[in-house]
Design a protein around this ligand. Structure first.
Ligand code: FMN
Length: 168
């Protein structure tokens, strides 16, 4: 059996150390890449049909509206042949205390029951927020393990904490 990293991440403007910075690769994507490098897990990126805005303030507004309306933004595709994986590393940024709603869309459309699900979340201060209880709700029958919170701006330097979490 094998494993897959399913993640959402957004490049563009982000809030780093009290200021707006542009990034070509999102923080969660950096962490996903580290997990791929350490485990050989396949990678699957969740891509909304309508991307979240590159502009930080617009993105926060869209993400908040999505959350308030419990939206399920359409996504471009779903991972294929999920049956061949026994472990899913589920990665997302903390958006207003939990996963972006596009991750809820993905989880609505995937049956992860019987699998080990290991959530990892990048954030700028709120850690995992209430995402763990949301992941558990969205993945009935899955064995959801302890999540890992990674400070987004340090995601690229998080090999050791990620390694430790993987080995738990
Ligand atoms: C729409 C939006 C909402 C956010 N909400 C939170 C939050 O509630 N708590 C927090 O600690 N960080 C929050 N952040 C910061 C992100 O979680 C953090 O920058 C993350 O690493 C971004 O990941 P990405 O580059 O993979 O998209 C938010 C960022 C955005 C764009």
């Amino acid at each position: 059996m094998s494993s897959i990293v399913i993640y959402f991440s957004r490049a563009g403007e982000n809030w780093v150390d009290g200021g707006i910075r542009h990034t070509d690769v999102g923080n969660t994507e950096r962490a996903a890449q580290i997990i791929h490098d350490l485990t050989g897990a396949d990678l699957f990126k969740i891509e909304p049909v309508v991307p979240y805005p590159e502009n930080y303030d617009e993105c926060t507004a869209v993400a908040k509206r999505d959350q308030q309306t419990n939206a399920r933004p359409e996504i471009k595709s779903y991972p294929k042949h999920l049956d061949k994986y026994d472990t899913v590393y589920l990665g997302y940024p903390n958006y207003w205390g939990t996963m972006p709603m596009a991750v809820f869309t993905l989880l609505d459309g995937c049956d992860l029951s019987g699998k080990v699900v290991k959530p990892f979340c990048t954030h700028e201060g709120s850690g995992l927020g209430h995402s763990m209880s949301d992941v558990r709700k969205m993945c009935p029958g899955a064995d959801v393990r302890d999540g890992l919170a990674i400070v987004g701006s340090a995601a690229g330097d998080s090999v050791e904490p990620i390694r430790k979490w993987l080995n738990k």
